[in-house]
Every structure is written in structure tokens, then in C-alpha cells.
Design a protein around this ligand. Structure first.
Ligand SMILES: *[C@@H]1O[C@H](CO)[C@@H](O)[C@H](O)[C@H]1NC(C)=O
Ligand SMILES: *[C@@H]1O[C@H](CO)[C@@H](O)[C@H](O)[C@H]1NC(C)=O
Ligand SMILES: *[C@@H]1O[C@H](CO)[C@@H](O)[C@H](O)[C@H]1NC(C)=O
Ligand SMILES: *[C@@H]1O[C@H](CO)[C@@H](O)[C@H](O)[C@H]1NC(C)=O
Ligand SMILES: [Fe+2]
Length: 477
């Protein structure tokens, strides 16, 4: 072999190696970081161009499909995600055939993490539904369609009995309640979910891939029944941006899922953010939410409204009362901000408001446990009567249900008698609320540790239809 030939060969092999290396590198780079090619191209444009050469059906596939109630029983909102822009947001649906079509909107969400991941949110609001009717649907568009799902439009009027699963603090790493909730949703055992914050741990984790995974995991629940949410502390990253973008709650509050209300059967449900007292504290924002709550409660509490919809139920993440031994600042704090307002914000606490406007039940999570408290106002027990504390209660009933599967371990209780706590459990599980009728609500705690056993069971009763008879005068300071 002459020296020149050997040089020629090695140069050629370097070329081959380089081109193989480059093409592998490029294809990996393109498939993982396709949004970060250092060119002045928008991802949407890039996606469109790239798709001319490479068809990536999985990137266009609708995923994370979930439902939420619209403004009234004739509406349902369907929200989903694609990882690439599809420029088509369509739901095809119908009673026996997919013979109706509604278009919606695609919006780009940019996560706040280091990768600034782009996720495409698709929202379609179905209108003119027949209340109570079961519909089949699929969603997507010309670049790909989801599987076939079904839902029932909300029944209209007040004379039916909504069945609601209520829980907080679930996540997907240890989401102990997920399997039962998936099964029960598809078997029609509840009409909707109320998830009172700490959805995933966290939606924003790993550049929001944890959020994607969580939303995929709840799809077998949320694609069949409306999945209504409240914000928790684990949603706070980047000013709650994942939470605000991934869900589509009713628009009568702030329009960003932080607070809103809706009617279901004989119940007026209010969801708000307990986190305004803890994160990004801005007194104007606290005022705004407080004023909205007050107006919403005023309307709900008007005698003509209360006569047909006597129950008012409030949902948020952090409780006003609890007895967990490891959370003094929330459970045993006389100045619990949700209850009395932030220290500088005198009069913006919610206990007085809830008492004055007769909020019947307040559900919270955050404490990783289940706890049933007596009717309470200003740390005073306000039983309906000694033997029947929940019949005609004289203050809001507080329930903490934050044990659907958080990965941070359960919050313990010490063996101390607290005069305002009746029952508590550290089993993983969720609460079922059966709104029996205008005078009776049935509550049950389902334990997933005990194979679905009901570990707590009680009724809240108001013998007179309408506003409750609360005593809201403070007896001490
Ligand atoms: C998206 O769809 C609309 C309506 O079908 C069309 O007018 C528009 O040009 C499309 N945009 C892109 C980027 O494909
Ligand atoms: C957070 O978002 C709210 C609206 O949802 C806005 O009013 C507020 O100014 C934001 N705060 C910060 C610190 O960005
Ligand atoms: C309230 O009712 C519970 C349960 O019957 C009872 O144990 C408790 O002592 C009562 N408290 C007051 C102040 O009536
Ligand atoms: C609600 O249901 C309870 C229990 O079945 C019943 O006793 C009560 O009369 C009902 N109330 C009304 C107003 O129908
Ligand atoms: Fe929490």
C-alpha cells in the first residue's frame, strides 16, 4: 500500500464516520430537541415544514383528553394536548353516530422550565347538548384522532342527585386512588370529580413531562366525567401556569381556573384558591378574589335561588381546621390566613364570609389524611344538637380529604382528643358525596388501603329547605 493511497483511505473513512456521526447526532437532536434548532423559525412553522418530510403521527396524536362542565347543562368542554401543532381542533360527537362536529381553538403553552417546552392545548366547547343525554365523541383533526369516548351531559333542574368524587393530593407516582376512580368513572358510579388541589407532584416537574404523564393517567377518569379542579401549593410554579393552561374551568370567575362556580342539581359549587394567601401575595389579587366570592355568594344566597338550590359547597386546597400533629401552622394557627385573612389584610379571611352566606360544607385537602370535623365557627363547635351535630348544623361543616395518593407520606395524628374532630384516617382514599336531595347530603369515605371499604359514613341534613340557620357572632376575640 502506497502512503498516498493509505492517506486517501483514511480521509475517506473520516468522511464516512463524520457523516454517520452527524446524521445520528442530527436525528437524535431533531427528535428530542426539534423545537430548539438554532434557526429563527417558530415551532409551528418548523413543525409544518418538518412534517412535509417526516410524518410523526405520535406527535400529532391527541392525548390527555379531559372534560369539564361549561356554563350550563347544555355545554361540555373537551380539552386535550398535542405535542406538535396540528392547526385542527375538532370534536366529532353524537348520540348513536358521530354526526355532529364542533371546532375549537389550539393555543401554544410554553412551560416555565429550562427547556421552555412547547405544548399545544386544544379546547372545544360543545353547546346545545340535551341535558342528561349520553354522547359518544372523539377528538383531534386531520392529523390524527383519539379513541372513542363517552360522557353524559349534566342533567338539568334541581330534582336529581349528583354523585361527586371529592379528593386532593393525588399525583401519579403513588396515585393510590387512581385505579378505583378509573373503574368507577367508566362504570358510571359518579357524575364528576372535584379535585381540591395538589394534582400532580408537580405538573411542572421535569419540564412539565410529569404534568403530561399525570394528565395521561387521569384520562381514563377525565375523558368520561368532568374533572373539576382547584389550585394547590404544588401547582404554584411559574405563577400556576401549568394549572391555568391545562384545564378549562367555567369562565365566570377569573377566567384562569383560579376561582369559579357552577350549579349542579340542588348544589351551588364554588372553587377558589387558598393559595392567594401563600404565594405571589398581592393584596389587590386577594381583594379581587374576595370581592368575587362575596358577589357570587350573595347571588347564590338570595332566597329565591336558595329555595331551588339550597346547598352551597366550597372547595379549595388548604383547610381552615384540621388536627394533624405535624402541621401546626395550618391546623392549630389562630391566624390561619384562609380563615382570618393575611396578617396585613384585615377582613379578607373567608370564615366570616362563609358563615354569613351559609356555606354548608367546605372541602379541603393539603393534609394527607381524611378528617371529619364538627360544624365550626371561630374554633367553637356549633352542633345542630348534641346527638345530631350534622342535622341543622349552626356553622359550616369542614372536611379534609387529602389522601388520594400523594407521594410525600401521610400526615399523622397524635392520640389527643380534639373537641372539634369526630373522625380521622390516614388510609389512602377519596370521599364520595351523594347529594340525595334538597335536604339531605350523604358522605362516605372510601379507603383504598382497605380495598374500597367505607370507613366513614354520615349525613348532613337541613330540615328546612333554604339557607342554614348559622350563628355567626364571635363569642370571644
Ligand atoms: C390553519 O387552518 C386554517 C383554517 O383551516 C387555515 O386558514 C390556515 O392557513 C392554517 N394554518 C396553517 C399554518 O396551516
Ligand atoms: C400571577 O397571575 C395573576 C393572574 O392570574 C396576575 O394577576 C398576577 O399579577 C401574576 N403574578 C405574578 C407575580 O406574575
Ligand atoms: C357535638 O356533637 C358531638 C357528637 O355528638 C359531641 O361529641 C360533642 O360533645 C358535641 N359538642 C358540643 C359542644 O355540643
Ligand atoms: C330527602 O330525602 C330524605 C331521605 O330519603 C327524605 O326523608 C326527605 O323527605 C327528602 N326531602 C325532600 C324535601 O324530599
Ligand atoms: Fe398541599
Amino acid at each position: 500500500m502506497s502512503p498516498s493511497l493509505s492517506t486517501h483511505l483514511s480521509v475517506k473513512s473520516v468522511h464516512i464516520y463524520l457523516s454517520i456521526y452527524l446524521s445520528i447526532y442530527l436525528s437524535i437532536y431533531l427528535s428530542i430537541y426539534h423545537f430548539y434548532i438554532p434557526l429563527h423559525l417558530t415551532p409551528a412553522f418548523l413543525g409544518t415544514c418538518y412534517s412535509k418530510f417526516v410524518w410523526l403521527p405520535h406527535q400529532y396524536h391527541p392525548e390527555q383528553i379531559h372534560l369539564s362542565y361549561g356554563d350550563n347543562p347544555t355545554q361540555m368542554v373537551i380539552t386535550w394536548v398535542t405535542l406538535w401543532p396540528t392547526n385542527s381542533t375538532v370534536v366529532e360527537y353524537g348520540i348513536s353516530r358521530l354526526d355532529t362536529e364542533t371546532q375549537g381553538k389550539e393555543t401554544l403553552f410554553i412551560d416555565g422550565g429550562s427547556e421552555k417546552r412547547h405544548i399545544y392545548m386544544h379546547r372545544v366547547k360543545l353547546t346545545s347538548l340535551i341535558p342528561g343525554q349520553k354522547y359518544f365523541y372523539h377528538c383531534g383533526g386531520e392529523k390524527g384522532w383519539s379513541a372513542l369516548y363517552f360522557f353524559a351531559a349534566m342533567k338539568s333542574g334541581q330534582s336529581w342527585s349528583p354523585r361527586l368524587a371529592v379528593y386532593g393530593d393525588m399525583g401519579n407516582i403513588k396515585g393510590r386512588s387512581i385505579p378505583r376512580l378509573q373503574e368507577w368513572a367508566q362504570k358510571g358510579k359518579f357524575d364528576a370529580v372535584l379535585h381540591v388541589g395538589d394534582l400532580a407532584y408537580n405538573l411542572d416537574t421535569d419540564n412539565a413531562r410529569m404534568g403530561d404523564e399525570f394528565m395521561r393517567q387521569i384520562e381514563p377518569i377525565a375523558a368520561y366525567v368532568p374533572y373539576m379542579v382547584s389550585p394547590g401549593n404544588h401547582e404554584e410554579k411559574y405563577n400556576f401556569s401549568n394549572y391555568k393552561s391545562r384545564f378549562s374551568m367555567p369562565q365566570n370567575g377569573d377566567g384562569e381556573n383560579m376561582y369559579y362556580s357552577f350549579d349542579i342539581g340542588p348544589v351551588h359549587v364554588i372553587s377558589f384558591s387558598s393559595e392567594v394567601y401563600y404565594f405571589y401575595i398581592d393584596y389587590r389579587y386577594i381583594d379581587k378574589m374576595y370581592d368575587w366570592l362575596k358577589r357570587d355568594l350573595e347571588v347564590a344566597n338570595q332566597p329565591e335561588n336558595r329555595a331551588v338550590r339550597p346547598w352551597i359547597i366550597a372547595l379549595a386546597h388548604k383547610p381552615m381546621y384540621c388536627t394533624n400533629s405535624d402541621d401546626q401552622p395550618i391546623c392549630f394557627n389562630k391566624y390561619n390566613p384562609v380563615r382570618v385573612g393575611s396578617s396585613l389584610q384585615v377582613g379578607r379571611g373567608l370564615e366570616d364570609l362563609f358563615c354569613n352566606y351559609g356555606v354548608d360544607i367546605y372541602f379541603a385537602g393539603h393534609e394527607h389524611s381524611y378528617e371529619r370535623l364538627l360544624p365550626l365557627y371561630d374554633f367553637m363547635v356549633r352542633n345542630g344538637s348534641f346527638h345530631h351535630p350534622y342535622t341543622n348544623p349552626k356553622a359550616t361543616v369542614h372536611i379534609v380529604t387529602g389522601s388520594a395518593g400523594n407521594q410525600e407520606a401521610q400526615d399523622p395524628f397524635k392520640h389527643v382528643d380534639h373537641p372539634f374532630s369526630v373522625y380521622h384516617s390516614d388510609d389512602y382514599g377519596f370521599t364520595m358525596m351523594y347529594v340525595h336531595n334538597v335536604t339531605h347530603i350523604h358522605l362516605q369515605q372510601v379507603s383504598d388501603d382497605k380495598g374500597g371499604k367505607i370507613i366513614d359514613d354520615f349525613w348532613v341534613i337541613k330540615e328546612k329547605v333554604g339557607a342554614p340557620n348559622f350563628k355567626c357572632k364571635k363569642l370571644r376575640n
